[in-house]
Design a protein around this ligand. Structure first.
Ligand SMILES: Nc1ncnc2c1ncn2[C@@H]1O[C@@H]2COP(=O)(O)O[C@H]2[C@H]1O
Length: 143
């Protein structure tokens, strides 16, 4: 039998402000995945530095920090078979202006003057990455 996987979803500040929390949860559940944990979070600089550890030396790091702290985000742990790849695909391309219709970023996002930054949702891209990220946002979570 194939084991369930766990992934981390963050509805980013633009996704919360444009009131797409419910749409995103519905898409995840409609596909048959399980929400294992869910909370609203005011992200701290420390959490964001750990989450985006490979982005802190990028020129656009200050913009990511400001954006991710401009309002609350929603964190979720989602489980299911092959859920990491499935939810990552459901999110669509990083740039919402290039994301396919039918994906979360393609349907709820668009390109803004400040570029690729505002893209509605974060999803883990590997099983190991998901475990690392879940520990940052849900340190109490039991796998
Ligand atoms: N060139 C860029 N300029 C600004 N922000 C970016 C750029 N590339 C990626 N990002 C942001 O950095 C984030 C890293 O991973 P995410 O998939 O969460 O979504 C990405 C975007 O929000």
């Amino acid at each position: 039998m194939v084991e369930d996987e766990y992934t981390l979803v963050l509805v980013k500040p633009d996704g919360v402000k444009t009131r797409h929390i419910g749409d995103i949860i519905t898409r995840i559940e409609r596909k048959g995945y399980r929400i294992e944990a869910l909370k609203m979070i005011n992200a701290t600089e420390d959490e964001l530095e750990r989450h985006y550890y490979d982005k802190t030396d990028k020129p656009f790091w200050p913009e990511i920090l400001t954006y991710m702290m401009e309002g609350p985000i929603v964190g979720m742990v989602v489980s299911g078979t092959n859920v990491v790849e499935a939810i990552h695909n459901m999110a669509g391309a990083t740039n919402p202006g290039q994301a396919e219709w039918g994906t979360i970023r393609g349907d709820f996002g668009r390109e803004w003057p400040d570029g690729v930054l505002r893209n509605v949702i974060h999803t883990s891209d590997t099983v190991d990455g998901a475990a690392r990220e879940i520990k940052i946002w849900f340190p109490e979570f039991k796998f």
